[in-house]
Design a protein around this ligand. Structure first.
Ligand code: KIV
Length: 262
């Protein structure tokens, strides 16, 4: 299993880090036997698995439920749990209780969004032995403040702000930072200046690694086609075809056959 120390070495050697999201047992079994380096139980679970419009609806119990299921199938991959909306903004006590639940559910690290106001919290987690992944740029829990899922850091000021935030997250002790939906040149500068790895999503090719939502790269949502997603398979089409073939075989009395019966 690759760990935080390996991820740092990979960055130093210029080897790219691959991360995917995962929310359930059956896909964790497949990922566990794949070449992927690390797994994120993202709060995108609220959207992908539960059909909510934003990640604001992710709850602690929901995330622990997904982490537990993923952990049952994931033996060989580093597992990062995504702290849901406001977990780190209520109080230090609430944060520590939540992280305790995450780690006991099977997470080996936690991810939290944003930098401002989080420095002491991250420092406290790191000093308590918890690896912390930061998340900058389009932090989806702030979607209403951004006015939508939009590219961040486009102008000089906001690009500089993300850069400064990345330095402060590194100083607080983060082992890595997700950079989401920012211009490639901003992500390049951050990646070059930091000694910890950056993991990009919609942040161009110059980050230390890339993360995608599993269902996006599997093409499971035919209506979700942002520029930054590459669909490696038409999962939606393949599954629909399989279901229709199953239905057809039933209707035409072709399933089950004698060899499929007792
Ligand atoms: O929740 C999530 O899936 C994420 C990734 C997109 C980085 O935060």
């Amino acid at each position: 299993m690759k760990t935080v120390t390996e991820f740092k070495k990979m960055k130093d050697k210029g080897k790219k880090i691959s991360v995917v999201t995962c929310y359930d047992y059956w896909s964790s079994l497949i990922i566990d036997e794949s070449d992927i380096d690390a797994v994120l139980v993202g709060d995108s679970a609220a959207m992908v698995m539960h059909g909510f419009e934003t990640t604001v609806n992710a709850e602690l119990e929901m995330m622990c439920y997904h982490i537990t299921a993923v952990k049952r199938g994931l033996k060989n991959k580093f597992l990062i749990g995504d702290l849901p909306f406001l977990t780190h903004r209520k109080s230090l006590v609430h944060l520590m209780k939540s992280v305790d639940k995450f780690m006991k559910a099977g997470a080996q690290a936690v991810k939290l969004e944003g930098a401002e106001g989080n420095f002491e919290l991250i420092e406290h987690l790191v000093k308590s032995g918890i690896p912390v992944m930061g998340h900058l740029g389009l932090t989806p829990q702030s979607v209403y403040q951004f006015g939508g899922f939009k590219l961040q850091g486009k102008d000089l000021y906001s690009g500089e702000k993300i850069f400064k935030d990345s330095l402060s997250l590194q100083e607080a002790g983060c082992f890595s930072i997700v950079l989401e939906m920012i211009p490639a040149d901003v992500a390049k500068r951050i990646t070059e200046e930091l000694y910890i790895p950056t993991i990009g999503i919609g942040a161009g090719p110059f980050t230390s690694g890339q993360v995608l939502v599993l269902h996006d790269l599997l093409g499971m949502n035919k209506d979700f086609n942002p520029k930054f997603v590459r669909k490696y398979v038409n999962g939606y089409g393949l599954i629909k075809e399989a279901l229709n073939n199953f239905n057809k075989d039933i209707k035409e009395n072709k399933f089950p056959q004698t060899n499929e019966s007792y």
